[in-house]
Design a protein around this ligand. Structure first.
Ligand code: NAI
Length: 468
């Protein structure tokens, strides 16, 4: 029987697309080569890393954060195997949840490696090498991304001593010294996990700033906070070699601006220099599906490739490699395929770094507004002036609201602070509705909450904050 839709890949892009399409009445199959659904995000990415981030932060808070609240004598004992078991259980309940949702929505889950044979035909080869060819009206490529390693530097990732994020969430002991290559999201999140559990962590980053692309104010302050937590940074440093040395590994880097190379050794090296679209073995070339110069599947505004009936979403196409961006694309594409008007607003895609404190951002940074020549007003409010933050000893950080100078429309909001990843969504909703900083500043916020800082930063944009 022919399907309306075959989705290749069951990560957040693929599984959400499949569920939405099934909800809209389409006959859907999902092809997945892993033993479980959920892709990188649920199996070895977002979900397990958040389990470890929460557990390690709780440990660190118990070790260092309780005295000041009048809770003395607590000396937490780390049971890493149990922490990993919590991570594994979290993954299991999430991937089982996707399997349940497939059943509920009558989606056929097909285990095996999918290959596009051309419009309307997908071959699936299972673990035993058996191949079947399925027919479908539409194909969705949602195969995600894979570790990109270091550009131009051959590195042998063994997932024990030289690890990618996959090995970085599965170490069996806390390394004495961890070198993180790349001061992006993965490097800082996983670096935080192991630093909190007792590792010395050195981050080697090519750019002069961590979290390149984030608002400059935010990344500067955030770096200061991480240094206070014990992390060491070598910025403007280009890694040129990573090799095993004894039971550990050594990393060689040179100043980007020129100068002498240096080598440092560690027990474990985490490679976190980005991810690349995953299209290997998919048969796209043979099927005539065009890729761009960065290996991404080329699509039009409706997610269609150059071959009619073949679509692509998520990390394998242009745009930020974020699970929620992939999910939104999956929903929009399912709606389009069901004859509705699916749409993704790429101007309002929040991004969150789940460290402590968290970093969250939506819309344009100050640097982007300057570069685009857009006249803007900035309002900033520090958590030191927020009552709830004081009560929780969570005064590190600030909220920054950027609004159009003429129209007052909010163009970007950036938060570094406890709970930033939750607070950012009031800004996202406001921006989705084209709201102004005055709308935000005049919206009643419950007292005492951290979110009042968002309101105060908005007030600072068009008039004055009250509590400063
Ligand atoms: P990234 O692109 O965020 O950061 C990679 C960093 O490596 C960059 O700062 C780059 O300048 C640096 N780098 C590259 N070559 C280098 C060299 N030779 N020497 C030193 N530094 C070098 O990539 P990352 O952290 O690996 O994450 C991959 C993707 O996964 C990103 O798109 C990210 O958005 C996504 N992700 C998102 C998360 C979240 O939203 N919380 C969590 C984890 C991943």
């Amino acid at each position: 029987m022919a399907y309306d839709l075959i989705v290749i890949g069951s990560g957040p892009g693929g599984y959400v697309c499949a569920i939405k399409a099934a909800q809209l009445g389409l006959k859907v199959a999902v092809v997945e080569k892993r033993a479980t659904y959920g892709g990188t995000c649920l199996n070895v990415g977002c979900i397990p890393s958040k389990a470890l981030l929460h557990a390690s932060e709780t440990y660190s808070h118990a070790a260092h954060g309780l005295d000041a609240l009048g809770i003395e004598g607590v000396t937490p004992v780390l049971n890493l195997a149990k922490m990993m078991a919590h991570k594994d259980a979290t993954v299991k309940s999430n991937v089982d949840g996707v399997a349940f949702l497939f059943k509920k929505n009558k989606i056929d889950g097909i285990q095996g490696t999918g290959k596009v044979l051309g419009a309307g035909k997908v071959s699936v080869t299972n673990d035993k090498g058996e191949e079947q060819v399925l027919e479908t009206k539409n194909i969705v490529i949602a195969t995600g991304s894979d570790v990109a390693s270091i550009p131009g530097v051959p590195v042998e990732i063994d997932e024990k001593v030289i690890v990618s994020s996959t090995g970085g969430i599965a170490l069996d002991k806390v390394p004495g010294h961890l070198i993180v290559v790349g001061g992006g999201v993965i490097g800082l999140e996983l670096g935080s996990v192991w630093a909190r559990l007792g590792a010395k962590v050195t981050v080697v980053e090519y750019l002069d700033t961590i979290l390149g692309g984030m608002d400059g104010d935010v990344s500067k302050q955030f770096q200061r906070m991480l240094v206070k937590q014990g992390m060491e940074f070598k910025l403007g440093a280009k890694v040129t070699g990573v090799e095993k040395a004894g039971s550990g590994a050594k990393v060689t880097f040179e100043p980007v601006k020129g100068g002498e190379a240096a080598t440092i050794e560690a027990d474990v090296v985490l490679i976190a220099t980005g991810r690349k679209p995953y299209t290997e073995g998919l048969g796209l070339k043979e099927a005539g599906v065009a890729l761009d110069n960065r290996g991404r599947v080329e699509i039009d505004n409706h997610f269609q490739t150059n071959v009619a009936g073949i679509y692509a979403i998520g990390d394998v196409v242009r745009g930020p490699m974020l699970a929620h961006k992939a999910e939104d694309e999956g929903v929009a594409l399912a709606e389009i395929l069901a004859g509705q008007a699916g749409h993704v607003n790429y101007d309002v895609i929040p991004s969150v770094v789940y460290t402590q404190p968290e970093v969250a951002s939506v819309g344009k940074t100050e640097e982007e507004l300057k570069a685009a020549g857009i006249a803007y007003k900035a309002g900033k409010f520090p958590f030191t002036a927020n009552g709830r933050a004081r009560a929780m000893l969570a005064t590190d950080g600030f909220v920054k609201v950027l609004a159009d100078k003429e129209t007052d429309r909010v163009l970007g909001v950036h938060i570094v602070g406890f709970g930033a990843g939750e607070m950012i969504h009031e800004a996202a909703v406001l921006m989705e509705f084209g709201g102004s900083s005055e709308d935000l500043g005049r919206t009643c916020h419950a007292h005492p909450t951290m979110s009042e800082a968002v309101k105060e930063a908005a007030l600072a944009t068009f008039f004055k904050p009250i509590h400063m």
